[in-house]
Write a protein that binds this ligand. Structure first.
Ligand code: AMP
Length: 424
């Protein structure tokens, strides 16, 4: 099979690594990819939302399967674009259509979906500019802290946890009347604050049956001890020790099944990954959010634990026979440490030459923000590399990933040395 993978981050590097382990993968193309994905296949200079360019490439290269990594093309309707095109409609796309991608693209849509299907989540109400006064009054009746969420995609920045009523009311005004997050905050979900420990659960579905992939915990803050600014993710660990069998059974019964069944009942097709952001509140799972794709850097810890053939699983999604596919998960522990550019998540250094990649011995170095300059691998993004180690126990995995992260060099390199140590 000829496969086109869309995206350019660490997640796509992990996908490329896993897809090319399948005997069914003949040629892999990655659009646009990075210096690391180029080791597994051919990078193609196309933007992830250049649907016409993707169409021309797919037709010219006999692509049999398209796997979409990031949310942007899904929310913009890449899957619908394929289905609406006579020449493309028989080529399977892994990733939901535009309507289902609203589970990520609109917080209001996803909250309403959860409420319709009795999926445990924080109590909430949604306000617009027209109902701002009701929103301000509602805030005054709520406990603190309180969470304000821009409805639309806001590059991971649209969630505010407010500690005082004054702050919450001021933010609500700014979001609704001053477009603090642009169009994304023309609607705001006001949500009860949940106290607990977060984790992410990943589901692969063909719209009927599903497989629950390994769960993961990610580390969002830039600083050690979970301090400082939020980032795209500084590391991840899978499995998550506190997600024991009893907890995961609750997740499956109360969240995964009602989600897949709810989509089916509402006639919303879904072929792809569902990322469920969860809060474990004293052993009870609550849904914080859905994403319509895999997480990054969670994918880098999740995929190494999947023993089954990923192409086979994706074909099960495409053909609607996922239920028949063999699926096994390694009991080993994966830890991922992300090396970022100096300054990230603020203004950061770029175009720095990376050396020492050959020094990585007990881990896989998944590339994220990297590119080629002549024969040199250089930094091109904030998150540069995701170093994953798969070991028999958590301590060894963490130690090895951290050691290998320290063996790579570029100006301004930074990584957290405490990823996962809270779980030991
Ligand atoms: P979201 O984009 O909805 O995942 O929110 C981003 C982050 O904000 C989450 O990963 C949580 O850390 C935090 N968060 C969101 N909603 C809540 C909530 N209801 N209670 C506590 N923290 C939350």
């Amino acid at each position: 099979m000829n496969i086109l993978l869309i995206g350019s981050g660490g997640r796509e590097s992990a996908f490329a690594w896993k897809l090319t382990q399948s005997p069914q993968c003949e040629k892999l193309f990655i659009a646009p990819g990075n210096a690391g994905t180029g080791q597994f296949g051919t990078n193609v200079d196309l933007k992830v939302s250049d649907f016409e360019g993707i169409k021309a490439f797919v037709l010219a290269n006999g692509i049999n399967l398209v796997l979409v990594g990031p949310e942007e093309p899904l929310v913009k309707g890449i899957h619908d674009f394929f289905l609406d095109d006579e020449q493309l409609k028989s080529i399977p796309v892994i990733g939901p259509q535009r309507e289902a991608a609203q589970l990520e693209g609109s917080k209001d849509f996803s909250k309403q979906f959860m409420q319709r299907h009795n999926i445990p989540t924080a109590a909430s109400r949604t306000f617009t500019r027209d109902t701002l006064q009701d929103g301000l009054t509602y805030l005054a009746t709520q406990g603190l802290p309180i969470v304000l969420k821009a409805d639309g995609l806001a590059a991971g920045k649209g969630v505010l946890i407010c500690l005082t009523l004054q702050e919450a009311q001021q933010e609500l005004v700014e979001m609704l009347t001053e477009a603090k997050f642009g169009e994304a905050s023309s609607k705001v979900v006001v949500e009860q604050f949940l106290q607990g420990i977060e984790l992410s659960v990943f589901v692969l579905t063909d719209g009927n049956s599903y497989k629950i992939l390994p769960e993961a915990k990610d580390y969002k803050r830039v600083g050690e001890g979970d301090t400082g600014l939020n980032t795209g993710g500084m590391g991840s660990v899978s499995p998550v020790p506190f997600a024991d069998a009893a907890f995961m059974q609750k997740v499956e019964e109360r969240i995964v099944i009602p989600t897949v069944e709810g989509l089916k009942e509402e006639g919303i097709p879904y072929k792809g990954f569902i990322f469920i952001g969860l809060m474990n509140c004293e052993g009870e799972p609550y849904t914080i959010e859905y994403n319509c794709r895999m997480g990054d850097p969670e994918t880098e810890s999740v995929l190494p634990r999947i023993e089954s053939d990923l192409v086979d699983l994706l074909m099960g999604v495409a053909e609607g026979n996922l239920i028949e596919k063999q699926f096994s998960i390694s009991p080993k522990i994966a830890a991922t440490v992300v090396c970022v550019a100096g300054g990230y998540p603020g203004e950061y250094l770029k175009d720095k030459v990376i050396s020492g990649l050959d020094n990585v011995r007990g881990s896989i170095a998944f590339h994220a923000g990297t590119g080629m300059q002549g024969d040199d691998v250089i930094t091109t993004g904030g998150r540069v590399l995701a170093i994953t180690s798969l070991q028999d126990d958590l301590f060894t995995a963490l130690q090895q990933a951290t050691l290998d992260a320290s063996r790579i060099y570029y100006d301004g390199k930074y990584f957290r040395k405490d990823i996962g140590f809270d779980l030991l």
